[in-house]
Design a protein around this ligand. Sequence first.
Ligand code: FE
Length: 205
Amino acid sequence: MNLDALMKIEYGLFCLTAKKNNFDNGCIVNTVTQVTLTPCQVAVAVNKCNYTHDIIKESKEFNISVLTQKTPFSVFKNFGYQSGRNVNKFEDFQIKRSANGLAYLADYANSYMSCEVKEIIDLGTHSLFIAEVTDAQVLNDNPSVSYDYYLNNIKEDLVVETNSKIAWRCKICGYVYDGDPLPSDFICPICKHGAIDFEKIENFE
Ligand code: FE
């Protein structure tokens, strides 16, 4: 079996936002899919390690911002490379809110959808949220960003400081594990992918 086959699936990239009490949080996901038209429903798989996951499970609502090719790396870094458990990701963002009171990324999305969770399917590491779209708006005609476009045109290498001659880099998000060997059960603290998605890097500066 060659798991690279799954990398051939084209994905979009989205910012999933939710709110707990008055705290806005959001994360980057690539797993939004429309699953039915009547009623209009979407499915999104979210890693249980993400704070946004816990907020959605409790509040049963979220917004999806469909990110465009003009979205800078700093936005992916802000929403994808840190946890809302430690920082307020919206601190430097002008918040725009949809009718449900949740934030959406007006400056970087071409559309957004407001969703109400109807069903949660436990997938082990992830929860699959099946949700009804209660509102949807188009913001502009900028093309949506695909995961492939992001990797080739937007993603920047993270600059890391390490004392080791050998380290392991997450092929998904760029996180560097400082040391060798990489534990076989290691989970990337940023994107939550496992050791299989890390590559060895040697003698780097
Ligand atoms: Fe990672």
